[in-house]
Design a protein around this ligand. Structure first.
Ligand code: HEM
Length: 288
């Protein structure tokens, strides 16, 4: 029997799977942004009558690469769930199994998106795109939860300190994502910017989700701030795609939501600045 190397633990495996899913989503956004969605002559699973298209950066390759990356990541998602079942830990089993259940659905929606060579004429449409995006974000959320649950017995810091770290990570990522955001009038929302916006925003998403998980039972208001920022960030992620007509009003709304998300995250970070385990509301307010 082959022995597993010491560094390969379940929690690390889950973390790598989550990071690869984040990359896969960013590659999917790049596929869409470059208009490569109907490349490969709209075929699936073949690509322009080939198993492997010419290895040059063109729409066929971009679309094919997204599929291959999805296949590789899919195997890791299966592996994560299988490992969770072997360990018999209920929380990680539940979250990772749900991700596996969604996997065939996501692959089918992907296939419908490319119309399977014209077999599904209305496949490349807004509802299909929206479904593909929503299922992708759900899978990412479930894998992030799997990772957070897997690490729950390996923390050296108390929950409030970890919550602050989560807010700090989210804040850093949100500031960077503002550079690429469609709602912030800084850089043009180019194909590359769209992919980076998603990658960095999902890091912020993970940070806020971590704060929600870690602050459970440790700080009610901090947890509420993290959950609210997470909800607002989710809406800005949707506004970053072409799901609604992007008018000037929507742009202003997007900018406002971005600022609100930053505001909620700063408030959470600020609230947890005291290192004590005890909620601020229960501490003595005497300062002098
Ligand atoms: C776990 C598996 C997968 C994930 C997480 C995923 C994720 C994504 C995401 C986030 C997008 C961007 C959607 C948008 O712009 O709103 C995308 C685009 C796309 N995906 Fe996937 N995907 C997966 C599997 C697949 C598979 C198996 C196919 C098979 C053909 C596929 C085909 C496509 C196509 C064609 C696009 C571009 C659609 C467009 O032009 O707008 N995906 N994917």
């Amino acid at each position: 029997m082959t022995r597993r190397p010491d560094w390969l633990s379940f929690r690390r495996f889950a973390a790598v799977t989550t990071a690869l899913t984040l990359s896969l989503i960013s590659i999917g956004v790049y596929t869409s942004a470059t208009g490569s969605g109907l490349a490969c002559e709209a075929q699936w699973p073949l690509c322009s009558d080939q198993l492997v298209p010419a290895l040059a950066i063109n729409p066929d390759f971009i679309e094919w690469f997204h599929r291959v990356f999805a296949m590789f990541t899919g195997f890791l998602i299966l592996g994560t769930a299988g490992w969770a079942w072997r360990l018999g830990d209920r929380k990680t089993m539940f979250a990772s199994t749900l991700a596996v259940v969604l996997l065939p659905l996501q692959i089918s929606i992907g296939a419908v998106t490319v119309t399977i060579g014209g077999l599904i004429p209305g496949g490349y449409s807004l509802p299909t795109h929206a479904a593909h995006l929503l299922v992708a974000l759900t899978i990412f959320t479930l894998l992030s939860l799997t990772t957070l649950f897997a690490y729950r017995n390996n923390h050296r810091r108390p929950p409030r300190e970890r919550g602050r770290l989560g807010f700090g990570l989210a804040l850093g990522a949100l500031v960077v994502s503002g550079l690429f955001s469609r709602g912030v009038p800084l850089l043009s929302y180019s194909t590359g910017a769209q992919a980076w916006f998603y990658a960095v925003s999902l890091v912020a998403f993970f940070g806020l989700l971590a704060a929600v998980v870690w602050l459970d039972g440790a700080d009610r208001i901090g947890r509420w701030l993290a959950a609210s920022a997470l909800g607002v960030l989710f809406v800005t992620l949707l506004l970053g795609r072409d799901l609604v007509m992007y008018t000037g009003t929507i742009r202003q709304l997007n900018f406002g939501l971005y600022l609100l998300c930053i505001g909620l995250t700063v408030a959470g970070f600020w609230r947890l600045k005291t290192p004590s385990e005890q909620p601020v509301s229960q501490r003595s307010t005497h300062s002098d």
